[in-house]
Write a protein that binds this ligand. Structure first.
Ligand SMILES: [Zn+2]
Length: 835
C-alpha cells in the first residue's frame, strides 16, 4: 500500500476542511475482527476529487452525499471520492481486522486468565485500520465515538462518556479537534483506579491480572501525574486542554507510550510485578511527563507534516525530563538523560543514516517512521536544552506560550516556532537553527592544555572539530568544571560557562580566565551536560580519570566522564581493556543506579562485539567481579543491589552459583529472587547451555503471565541446541500468527556471542531470508525484528560484504534497509577496533 506523501497531504489539505467524524464500532462479532462505521462531514472545493484511506478486511458499503459508491473502487488503502460539493457527508461501513502487531486495534488474550483486551493505536497512519479517515496530521476534527462491546467490558476513549453505558453500549461526547493519529480507545475487562486533581478527572487502567501491582503503585503514579500537571500548567501558562486525563497501561505496546489526548496508552511493562530499580520508576515518571508534555506540544498544536516530527518528540523529551527533574522526587532525571538518552543520540547521529533534527522534507509517512530515533528524541532535546542555555529560560517559555496561543487546536511548522522564539528573545534564531536543526552529525570538543613549571595553566584552549564528511562547527555554550583531588575526595573548585563561537575563533576558543590558575586534577568539558557534543579530555585529565571518577560527588559529572570513556572506546581510540579497568575501579563504589545500569549495558555491547572471542571471557569475568563487589557493598533490598545482581547474572559463567540462586542457595541478604529475577537466571543458564526445555517449561508452568511467555520464548531461542535455534528462526522469518512481542523475544534470544559455531549458518540466512520476512510484517515490527535478528556478533569482513550485497538491492523494506545500514556501520567500527 502506498504511503501518503507530503505533496498529496498538502494538496488534500488545500481542498478539504474536515468538520467531524462520527464513529461506531461493534466489538462483538468474533475473534478476528470488528464492524466499523464512520460518517465524515467535510467541506471541499466544489467539483474537486480526493480520496479517503482505510485498510479493511472487507469494505461493505460507501455512501457519498446522495450516492452509493462501489466498494470495488478501493485501490490499496485509497477510496477515490469525486464530484465533491461544498458540504459533504461520507459514510463508510467495513469489517476490520484486529491486529497482533500493536497497530490499529490490537487484540490480546491474557495467558494468565484467558481474558481479552483491546486497545487502539492509530499512530502515524493506522487509524485507517479502525475506520476510514483523511489520515494526515493537519486535517483535525472532533471525533464522536460509540462502541458496542460485550456487556462486562469497560470501554474508555479520548472523550468523556456522554451517558452511562448500558448493555455494552458506550457513547462518548465529541472530543476537541484531534489529528487522526490521536484517536484511541481501550476495551476489555480492564481494572481501573480513579482520582481527580485541580478539576481534571484522572484514571488508570490495566489488565485484571496486573490489578494488584497497579494498586500497589497507584499512589506513586497519581502523585507524579498531579505534580507534572501542576508544573506544565504553570510553565505553559495554560490549563490542560483536553478535559480528563486517563492513562491506560496496555499489553504488547510497541512504543513506550502514546500521547492520545485524554487517553494516554502506556506499555504495561511499566506495571511492575517484580522488584525494580529506582531508575525504572524514574523512567515511568519521565514517560508520564513526556506524554503529558505532548498534550500541549503535539496534541494542542500539531505539526503540519511529519517533517516536523521533532517538534513533537524533541520538546516532549526535553520538557518531560525537565519537569520530572523539577516537579517529582526523581530529581536526577538529567543524569539519566545524559547517560542513557544522549548515548542513543550520539550513536544515531554518527551513522550513515543520520539526518538533521528538523529535516527539510520528509517525503512520506513511511519515511517519517524511520525518524523515530535517537536524533528526533535525544539530540533534539539536547539542542533545545542548548537553546534554553543560550536565549534564557524566560524568553524560551514566553515564546512557547505565544506559540500555543497562536496555534491552539491547529497545526504549525518549525518556522512558526522560530518566529515565536525570535520575537520573545529578541534574537534572530535563523543562523542557530540552520546549524543545529538543519545539519546532521556531531561535533567533538577537546581540551588542549599547557601548564607552566609551577603547575599553573599557561593556555587552555577548547578545540571544536567536525567530521570531514560534515564539516560544520556550531555555537556551543558549555560548562568547564575544574576538579581537585583532596585526599580521597574530588572537589569542584569552579565551574565556568564558555561560549564557543566558531564564527569568531574558527573552532579554537582560548579560555583566558584560566591563565595562571593552578591546573586541576580534572578539567571536565561539558560539565553540566548543557550541549550536544562528543567530549575528549586533555591528556592529564584523561590519565587521572580512574583515580578521580570514584571520588566525584556529582552524578551528572560522573555520567559525562563515563560517556567520554565509552565513546572513546566506541570510536576505537581506546581499548575495551581501559573501560573494563575503569569498571573494576569505579563501579563497585558507584551510588547512582542509572550509572551502574548503563555502564553495564554500554560496556557489554563493546565487550561482545569489539573483543576477539578469546579475550571476551576474561573481560566478562572482570565485569562480574565489579558487580560482585558492588553487590557486597550495596544496601540490602535496594536498587543498587538489584542492579548489581542483574549485572552479575548477565556476566557470570558460574552456572553452579546461578543455579544455586534459583534454588534459594547463597542468595545475598535482601535480594528477592522473584519472577523476573528467576527468568534472568534461567535465561543466563540457557545461554550457557546449563539448562534446557524441561526447566524452561517448568518455569513457565509457575508463571503463566504474558511476561512469562515472553521470557520463555527468549530462553528457548537462546538454548544452544540446533532444533531450538531452527524453531526460533522460523518464528523470526515466517510466523505472523504470534504477536509482535513474541517475535521480538525470539529474535532477542537467538544470537549469543557464546554460540558462534552453532549459529554460523544463520548469518547467510539472515541476508537471504530477511527481505521476504520483512515484507510479512508491518513497518514498525519489521524494523525492530530486522535489527534484533541481525548477526551483530558475526564481526567479520564477510558479514559486511553480505550486508553490502543486500543494501545494493532496490526492493528492500525501508525498515530493513535502515536496520542493516546501521548494524553494518556498527560492524565496521567493531572490525576497526579488532584491528
Ligand atoms: Zn513522544
Amino acid at each position: 500500500m502506498r504511503s501518503l506523501t507530503r505533496t498529496e497531504a498538502a494538496e488534500r489539505a488545500a481542498l478539504l476542511t474536515v468538520e467531524s467524524y462520527t464513529v461506531d464500532l461493534d466489538l462483538t462479532s468474533g475473534e478476528s475482527g470488528f464492524r466499523s462505521s464512520v460518517t465524515i462531514r467535510f467541506r471541499a472545493t466544489p467539483g474537486s476529487a480526493t480520496f479517503v484511506e482505510l485498510k479493511p478486511a472487507r469494505l461493505l458499503a460507501v455512501r457519498l452525499n446522495d450516492a452509493a459508491l462501489d466498494p470495488a473502487t478501493l485501490a490499496g488503502n485509497r477510496l477515490p471520492l469525486t464530484g465533491l460539493r461544498a458540504e459533504n457527508t461520507l459514510t463508510v461501513e467495513a469489517e476490520m481486522a484486529y491486529s497482533n502487531t500493536g497497530e490499529g486495534l490490537h487484540r490480546f488474550v491474557d495467558p494468565a486468565d484467558g481474558e481479552t483486551y483491546l486497545y487502539a493505536m492509530s499512530f502515524l497512519d493506522d487509524v485507517q485500520r479502525i475506520f476510514a479517515a483523511f489520515d494526515q496530521p493537519d486535517l483535525k476534527a472532533p471525533v464522536t465515538l460509540a462502541v458496542t462491546a460485550p456487556p462486562k467490558w469497560t470501554v474508555a476513549a479520548n472523550g468523556v462518556p456522554a451517558r452511562e453505558a448500558r448493555d455494552g453500549r458506550w457513547e462518548f461526547a465529541p472530543t476537541a479537534p484531534l489529528a487522526t493519529y490521536f484517536v484511541s480507545l481501550i476495551a476489555g475487562p480492564y481494572h481501573s483506579r480513579h482520582d481527580e486533581h485541580d478539576g481534571v478527572p484522572l484514571a488508570l487502567y490495566c489488565r485484571r491480572s496486573l490489578a494488584e501491582h497497579l494498586d500497589a503503585d497507584a499512589d506513586e503514579i497519581f502523585t507524579v501525574t498531579k505534580a507534572c500537571l501542576d508544573r506544565f500548567q504553570e510553565l505553559f501558562g495554560m490549563r490542560y486542554p483536553f478535559g480528563k486525563y486517563d492513562q491506560a497501561f496496555v499489553p504488547e505496546f510497541n512504543a513506550g507510550a502514546m500521547e492520545n489526548p485524554g487517553l494516554v496508552t502506556i506499555r504495561d511493562d511499566y506495571i511492575f510485578r517484580s522488584a525494580v530499580t529506582d531508575s525504572q520508576r524514574e523512567l515511568r515518571a519521565t514517560t508520564i511527563a513526556h506524554e503529558m508534555a505532548h498534550m500541549w506540544f503535539g496534541d494542542l498544536v500539531t505539526m503540519r507534516w511529519w517533517d516536523d516530527l521533532w517538534l513533537n518528540e524533541s520538546f516532549a523529551e526535553y520538557m518531560g525530563t525537565r519537569v520530572t527533574a523539577e516537579a517529582t522526587r526523581f530529581d536526577r532525571a538529567w543524569t539519566t538523560f545524559g547517560m542513557r538518552r544522549k548515548a542513543w543520540g550520539y550513536a544515531a547521529d554518527q551513522r550513515p543514516s543520520t539526518h538533521p533534527v528538523a529535516p527539510q522534507e520528509v517525503a512520506d509517512a513511511a519515511q517519517a517512521l524511520l525518524n523515530f530515533d535517537g536524533i528526533s528524541y535525544a539530540k533534539g532535546a539536547s539542542v533545545l536544552r542548548q537553546l534554553v542555555a543560550w536565549v534564557g529560560d524566560d524568553a524560551f517559555l514566553a515564546g512557547l506560550r505565544a506559540y500555543f496561543d497562536a496555534h491552539r487546536f491547529g497545526n504549525a511548522t518549525l518556522a512558526d516556532l522560530l518566529a515565536a522564539l525570535s520575537a520573545s528573545s529578541g534574537r534572530d534564531l535563523s543562523g542557530w537553527a540552520e546549524l543545529w536543526l538543519r545539519r546532521e552529525q556531531v561535533n567533538t570538543v577537546r581540551a588542549e592544555v599547557t601548564v607552566d613549571g609551577q603547575g599553573r595553566y599557561d593556555e587552555v584552549v577548547v578545540v571544536q572539530t567536525a567530521p570531514s564528511t560534515h564539516p560544520v562547527l556550531r555555537p556551543h555554550r558549555i560548562g568547564l568544571g575544574l576538579y581537585d583531588r583532596i585526599g580521597a575526595d574530588v572537589v569542584l573548585r569552579e565551574r565556568i560557562e564558555v561560549d564557543l563561537d566558531p564564527s569568531v575563533d574558527n573552532g579554537r576558543t582560548l579560555v583566558d580566565r584560566l591563565h595562571g590558575q593552578p591546573a586541576a586534577s580534572l578539567l571536565l568539558l561539558n560539565d553540566g551536560d548543557l550541549t550536544f557534543a562528543k567530549v575528549r579530555l586533555d591528556e592529564a585529565s584523561a590519565a587521572a580519570v580512574p583515580a578521580v571518577l570514584p571520588g566525584l560527588a556529582d552524578p551528572l559529572a560522573r555520567a559525562v566522564l563515563w560517556g567520554e570513556t565509552t565513546d572513546a572506546v566506541r570510536d576505537a581510540e581506546r581499548p575495551v581493556a581501559d573501560l573494563v579497568a575503569l569498571i573494576l575501579a569505579a563501579l563497585p563504589v558507584e551510588t547512582e543506579v542509572i550509572v551502574v545500569e548503563d555502564v553495564l549495558r554500554l560496556s557489554r555491547t563493546l565487550i561482545d562485539r569489539y573483543l576477539e572471542p578469546v579475550a571476551r571471557p576474561a573481560a566478562l569475568e572482570h565485569v562480574a567481579q565489579a558487580c560482585e563487589r558492588l553487590l557486597a557493598a550495596a544496601p540490602a533490598g535496594g536498587s543498587l543491589q538489584l542492579a548489581a545482581a542483574r549485572g552479575l547474572i548477565a556476566a557470570s559463567a558460574d552456572t553452579v552459583r546461578l543455579a544455586g540462586w534459583l534454588n534459594g542457595k547463597d542468595v545475598p541478604a535482601g535480594l528477592v529472587v522473584d519472577a523476573d529475577l528467576r527468568w534472568a537466571l534461567v535465561y543466563r543458564l540457557s545461554v550457557l547451555g546449563a539448562t534446557g526445555e524441561p526447566e524452561i517449561a517448568g518455569e513457565l508452568a509457575g508463571d503463566r503471565s504474558a511476561t512469562g511467555a515472553e521470557w520463555a520464548a527468549r530462553c528457548r531461542a537462546a538454548v544452544p541446541d540446533p532444533a531450538a535455534k531452527e524453531r526460533a528462526w522460523q518464528v523470526i522469518v515466517a510466523d505472523t500468527s504470534v504477536s509482535n512481542r513474541l517475535v521480538e523475544a525470539n529474535a532477542e534470544g537467538f544470537w549469543q556471542p557464546e554460540q558462534a559455531d552453532l549459529t554460523g549458518p544463520y548469518v547467510a540466512r539472515y541476508f537471504a531470508e530477511m527481505p521476504a520476512a520483512a515484507r510479512l510484517r508491518t513497518a514498525w515490527v519489521a524494523e525492530r525484528v530486522a535489527n534484533l535478528a541481525f548477526p551483530h556478533y558475526a564481526v567479520a569482513a564477510s558479514t559486511r560484504l553480505a550486508a553490502a550485497a543486500l543494501l545494493a538491492r532496490d526492493d528492500l523494506d525501508p525498515g530493513l534497509r535502515r536496520a542493516v545500514t546501521d548494524a553494518d556501520d556498527d560492524l565496521g567500527r567493531a572490525l576497526t577496533a579488532r584491528g
